[in-house]
Ligand binder design. Structure first.
Ligand SMILES: Cc1cc2nc3c(=O)[nH]c(=O)nc-3n(C[C@H](O)[C@H](O)[C@H](O)COP(=O)(O)OP(=O)(O)OC[C@H]3O[C@@H](n4cnc5c(N)ncnc54)[C@H](O)[C@@H]3O)c2cc1C
Length: 414
């Protein structure tokens, strides 16, 4: 049986591609090696933060990280590894940490963040979906005087719609758990947040109802090519699948891209989350980024989530207790003591590119293969825009060169 479109990987990127392809009247099948309950798209912070937020490779990132390392507060860890690709990636990351690249990336973040926010709102309205979505801004908290002063210099003008520099009292209202050790806070108003677990579950439920086929617990481990096309994909369980078109959205995993011999400049970057209940009166009002600590605290309907850490070169998928303790230690350095009740620990990998630009677009030679990869740091933020772009490529049978969005927002062209 030849299917219409097969999407390999049902994270947020696979699901949003399926959503827009389904809307365009295409028959979609999603194949996932798991059961779509616990991937990176479930465990993240849920910040939809494309605005006034620099990419990870900003000018000064290396010195700032080294300083935090000396204070034992660094979220970034590079594990020694024999994988040369990791060092190539690090070199590219450092090269990208310049003013010109950062400005370009921030412009692209805003363009595709705007589109994504609009699409998330429309998806919820059109299909009665509940993502626990709030367009109420992101509070950036500074724990280092120097970074706060640098930020103030950059935001030394008034733009009520865009941001507000908060005084001590206002910081306390937004973040009642914060202590006097906090140096300052700026509310960046255009950002939003949602509960990623709820968004993923709602999307999956909707897609099932809309007729999208899900084949779960099915790892695709090989691809056969014929006449510049994918003829079949093969599963570990011995099944073969044929389709008109294939989308690869396998997150940080590059097994299938490696089989295709498509080098993807991305590396798995491990992160953690702790989800818990806390005293209502201390809950933050909006998603809060502790800028210098790389910790995000997001309030949700039922609980609160802390996320942090960026480990390069780690292959260990498990939650490491030492890292959880380190997140808590850094967090409570600037927050009042409270008990985290019903704690749930999670760890997972971001598919991180060196400039935070995704790797999306059609394969150069294989006509029926499209990549939706490399959404590392802000995949939740940009997934709807990417789903739309990929849908347009396939439905209108466009080449990469004919898509302004691919030329602008794909790492294949940067
Ligand atoms: C700690 C942390 C915090 C984060 N916070 C934010 C945030 O606040 N905002 C934001 O925008 N982003 C955030 N992110 C990033 C975001 O989570 C990712 O960008 C996003 O989840 C990537 O989605 P994906 O669909 O590409 O990958 P995934 O969610 O990893 O999905 C890939 C899917 O492919 C499947 N798969 C892989 N290989 C195969 C195969 N061979 N066969 C079948 N199935 C396969 C996997 O099972 C998986 O379900 C955060 C990430 C981390 C780790």
């Amino acid at each position: 049986m030849k299917r219409d479109i097969i999407i390999i990987g049902g994270g947020i990127v696979g699901l949003t591609c399926a959503y827009f392809l389904n809307k365009a009247g295409r028959e979609v099948t999603i194949i996932d090696e798991g059961n779509i309950t616990n991937s990176t798209s479930f465990g993240n912070a849920g910040l939809l933060s494309a605005f006034d937020k620099s990419p990870l490779s900003y000018p000064g990132v290396v010195t700032n990280t080294l300083k935090l390392m000396l204070k034992n507060q660094s979220p970034a860890i590079v594990h020694p590894t024999t994988d040369l690709n990791v060092y190539k990636w690090l070199l590219k990351f450092i090269i990208n940490a310049n003013e010109k690249r950062t400005n370009k990336t921030m412009m692209l973040f805003e363009k595709y963040g705007e589109i994504s926010n609009r699409l998330y709102k429309k998806m919820q309205k059109d299909d009665n979906l509940d993502f626990d979505f709030h367009h109420d801004g992101m509070l950036s908290i500074f724990t280092e005087e120097k970074t706060y002063q640098e930020k103030l210099k950059k935001y030394n003008f008034v733009d009520e719609k865009r941001f507000k520099v908060l005084d001590k009292e206002e910081i306390n209202e937004y973040l009642p758990s914060g202590t006097d050790k906090i140096k300052g806070g700026i509310l960046f108003k255009r950002n939003a947040r949602f509960d990623p677990k709820r968004a993923m579950s709602e999307l999956k439920r909707h897609l099932e109802q809309a007729g999208v086929e899900f084949i779960l617990n099915e790892k695709i481990d090989n691809i056969s090519f014929k006449d510049s096309k994918v003829s079949y994909i093969h599963s570990k369980n011995g099944e073969f699948y044929e389709a008109e078109h294939f989308i690869m959205s396998t997150g940080y995993q590059t097994l299938l891209a490696d089989i295709r011999k498509k080098p993807l400049m991305m590396t798995p970057a491990k992160g953690y989350s702790i989800t818990f209940n806390m005293p209502e009166e201390l809950k933050p009002k909006v998603s809060t980024l502790f800028n210098d600590l790389f910790i995000v605290m997001t309030p949700r309907r039922d609980n609160v989530r802390l996320t942090s850490k960026l480990e390069i070169g780690s292959e260990n998928p498990n939650v490491v207790k030492k890292q959880i303790e380190s997140i808590k230690k850094n967090f409570f350095e600037y927050n009042k003591e409270f008990e985290m009740i019903n704690e749930e620990f999670w760890s997972g990998f971001r598919p991180l590119t060196p400039n935070d630009i995704p790797l999306i677009g059609r394969d150069d030679e294989i006509k029926n293969l499209t990549y939706a990869m490399g959404l590392g740091w802000l995949g939740m933020t940009f997934a709807p825009a990417v789903g739309k772009i990929i849908t347009e490529l396939i439905v209108k049978d466009k080449s990469n060169a004919k898509s302004d969005d691919i030329l602008l927002f794909s790492g294949f062209y940067q």
